[in-house]
Design a protein around this ligand. Structure first.
Ligand SMILES: O=C(O)[C@H](O)[C@@H](O)[C@H](O)[C@H](O)COP(=O)(O)O
Length: 251
């Protein structure tokens, strides 16, 4: 049973980035008040980069309790951290360095390891250690940021791949049809255990896929990776700009 998503629509461009940053801070403040600290898994891609740049601006830097946050990643390309395609590398340039987040507050996926499954196992250990969670229980991440690909992928869970149906790992190796093929990714089990999942999607190019995922009309729609994100006891929120929301019927 899929939970009902919360749809938030902001103006295009900087208006969306400001609304997304304001909403993200409210989620962080709530989690920090409840638990004293917050585990947040970052997404890669160009959409979140706009948000990270906004959060790194002076008027935002002082508005978040950064020392209370511990940064994880939803996925990572199998490349070194200084590679231009590295999700950690992008977050480090756009968010961690400008704000001064210390390495002790960051747990990155080691995309540089020669054996990707070894990197996946190491990250599983990191997740379990940070959440003090033993098998068979599923670690609970406070907030997972996700993007949406035009093919309906999210994190590095691509349509028709084994990673999408991996139920025996917390972290697995995904295969992308283009670009860097091998990628480390959280599995749906971990994503759907999160307290809050926040999709960040902008641009008219995503509008038809947003409608298919948010308002599925067929089994094919419901089988899309992003459509299978449905936190069992958490919140599912879509932070859209007007262009990406243009084909939604119910918003
Ligand atoms: O590593 C990545 O790139 C992300 O995990 C990926 O799932 C991304 O969110 C989508 O491909 C959307 O990317 P854009 O935000 O660049 O459109």
């Amino acid at each position: 049973m899929s939970i009902k998503p919360e749809i938030r629509i902001a103006g295009d461009g900087q208006a969306w980035a400001h609304e997304a940053a304001t909403f993200l801070r409210s989620i962080c403040d709530h989690a920090i008040r409840a638990r004293g600290r917050m585990l947040i898994a970052l997404s890669g891609g160009s959409t979140p980069r706009t948000l990270y740049r906004t959060l790194a601006q002076p008027e935002w830097k002082r508005r978040c309790e950064w020392p209370r946050l511990h940064f994880l990643f939803g996925d990572e390309r199998c490349v070194p951290p200084d590679h231009p395609e590295s999700n950690f590398g992008m977050a480090d340039r756009e968010l961690f360095q400008p704000i001064g987040i210390p390495p002790a507050q960051i747990s990155r996926m080691k995309g540089e390891l020669p054996e990707p499954m070894e990197a996946a196992w190491q990250y599983e250990d990191t997740l379990r250690s940070l959440t003090d969670c033993r098998p068979p229980d599923m670690p609970e991440i406070d907030l997972i940021l996700l993007g949406l690909g035009e093919d309906g992928h999210t994190a590095s869970l691509f349509p028709g791949t084994e990673a999408l149906n991996d139920r025996s790992h917390l972290v697995t190796v995904g295969r992308a049809p283009a670009g860097i093929a091998l990628r480390l990714t959280l599995t749906l089990g971990v994503i759907n255990r999160a307290s809050v999942v926040l999709f960040l999607v902008t641009g008219s190019g995503k509008a038809s896929m947003v409608r298919r995922v948010v308002e599925p009309q067929s089994e094919a729609d419901r089988a899309l990776p992003a459509a299978r994100v449905s936190p069992a006891s958490g919140r599912l929120i879509w932070m859209l700009d007007q262009s990406a929301a243009a084909q939604l019927r119910t918003a």
